[in-house]
Structures are given as C-alpha cells and as structure tokens.
Design a protein around this ligand. Sequence first.
Ligand SMILES: Nc1ncnc2c1ncn2[C@@H]1O[C@H](COP(=O)(O)OP(=O)(O)O)[C@@H](O)[C@H]1O
Ligand SMILES: [Mg+2]
Length: 340
Amino acid sequence: MKTFFETPLTQLDIVNRFRSDLITTPEGNFHALPDMQPYINHDAQFSRPAVQLQPGIFLDKEAAGISPLHENGIASCDFRLRPVHRLGREDSHNLVFFGHLVLQDRSRKAFAETEVAVKPIKKVKEGLGELAMFQYMRSLGIPTFRPIAFSKHSDTAYLMTEFDRPVNTMDTVEWHELDRDEKWQQVGLGVSTLALLHSNMLFHGDAEFKNIAFNDIGEIVIVDPEFMISARGIAEALQGVRMNRALDQDEATDLGWIKRKMSNDFTNLCRSVNRYVIGINAQDRRRPHATAIFKQYRKHIYLPYRKELYNIGSSYLPLLDRAYNELLIDRKEQSKQDII
Ligand SMILES: Nc1ncnc2c1ncn2[C@@H]1O[C@H](COP(=O)(O)OP(=O)(O)O)[C@@H](O)[C@H]1O
Ligand SMILES: [Mg+2]
C-alpha cells in the first residue's frame, strides 16, 4: 500500500483520508490531548518521542467550545475544509490546510465548531514532538498557536491548531513596496523572534521568513516548531559557571552546542535577508564582499538582537552573551575570508 507521502495527493484526497480517520473513531473514543512536555529533550539534541498512541482523536478538552461538550461526552466529530484560508500559505511544505472541526455531544444537541489549521506530519513521533514544543512554548508564555487535536493515519500525524486568522509570515510581506529602512525595520521581527526564543533556551531550527510570523498589530507569533530544540538542560548545567573566564573542556563543549544552534538560526534568518532585503544570493559573483554584508548584518541584526536579549533579561543572559560574542568573532573572521 502506498503511504501518504509517496503519492501526490490532491487537497481533497487528504481531507477524505482525514475525514475517514475521524469517522472511524469509535463512539466516545476521544482521548484527552496528552501532555508531551515531559518527553522533550533539553540537551540541544533533535530527538522526538516514540510514544505509542491508541487509535482515535485526541482533543484539548479545555479549549473554548470543546470543554462544555465533555459533560455529556463527545459523540461525533467531522471536518469541513475551508480552502480559502490557504491563500498566501501555498508554500507550506507539509501541505497545511484549514477548516472547521465540528463536534457534537451525546445529547446530539450541543455543537462546537472550531476553526483549525491541520498540519500533516510525515512521522507520528515528529508530530508529537511538534505538539510538545507548542505546549512547552505556551507554558512559558511564548505567543504561539494553540494545539486543539491530534490524530494519525498510518504513520502520518495530523496536528490541529486553533486557526489564528490575523497571523502572517514574513515571506508574504510586499517587500517591493518598502524602502530600505522599512525593510530593515521589518527584519526586526525576525530579530525579536530569535531573541525571545533564545532567551528561553529554545532554538527554532528553521528560522527563514516563511516561518517568522506576526499578527495584525505587529506582534510576533512563533510558528512551525517542527525542528525546534531546547538547550535548557545544558544551560542549567552551565548556570553556576562564571562566563568571563576560560572554560574547561566540558563547559566549552556545552557552550559550543548553544553557539551552534544560535548560529544556525542566524544563518537561516540571514539567508532570507539576503533574498528579500539585500537582494543577493551566495552564488552571485557580483555580490558585495562579505565584509560589507557583515556590516549590514551587524547593524540591523546582531546588535539589535543583543539589545533585545538585554531587554528581555533572561536568566541565561551571561551564557547567551558569551555564545553571542564568540559567534560574532567567528562571523567577522569568516567575512574577511569572504564567506557569507
Ligand atoms: N493555527 C494556525 N493559524 C493560522 N495560520 C497557521 C496556523 N497553523 C499554521 N499556519 C500557517 O500555515 C503555514 C504553514 O504552516 P507551517 O507550520 O509553517 O508548516 P510547513 O512545515 O508546511 O511550513 C504558515 O504560514 C503558518 O503560519
Ligand atoms: Mg513553515
């Protein structure tokens, strides 16, 4: 049998598979959405939980609309596609789609209809990992989507989040309408996104403009934590270490992890900046020398990032500051060798 990702499926095929999964859920077989946070690895490693789930639908019973239904028990569940929401989100690598989750209680009288985004994820454990990160971010007070439901079909996970209509990503900004200053100002959202995550020892892992998001009043919203990792464990181990002295080998290795993850996020952000703001790509022979580009990064990305770290005032600040300083020295050296 062909699996979900082996064949190119139309939107309707996906919805039909998803609906059949919902319909075959035995009556009353709606489990509570599990708390996946205890499975998060905090040692800067990308590892996702291999937890066996029973078949059925897992619901956030506390979510608006859903909680009252639980008094009588939920009897049925349906999904209605709303393709219109896909506008501007067509680049979605995982074919995220949008619709309504419709629930009915056992009395057959009460309904709940929630607008949701459905993200099909290739491996169930990766879906659970993403769910864990959403839950963890929310527990830290980081603005992000609310997970509403989880289900699987063969080895594909479906992670449903509450649809947040005003959220837009940086790749949908009308860049050609902005002047240079306005473009750099917009990049500030990416800088704030990294500063907020890093202050919590979280590293996005895919911080390109398509995954830097903001709402209608210009506040950042963290999206797509598919590759997100936490380094809190490492950070706590280094917490008592004075960061202004030479580190021993183990400490240096731990700090190296943080630096690498930080660096990876900057690399992704800068890749989008090159494309949307500076208008270059690394293969372009006529591009400016890397030292000139580095100067722009320093002014508009690195220095504002550090300022923002201080504004946020994380308890990991000495550690972040040291990683940042070392990273900046590396980047400056690389730019002299014309590496961007
Ligand atoms: N709950 C939601 N509300 C509004 N937009 C959403 C929601 N979930 C995902 N999106 C948007 O859908 C797009 C694809 O989601 P994303 O998690 O980035 O998946 P992919 O891995 O396919 O890139 C992004 O623009 C994201 O902002
Ligand atoms: Mg994405």
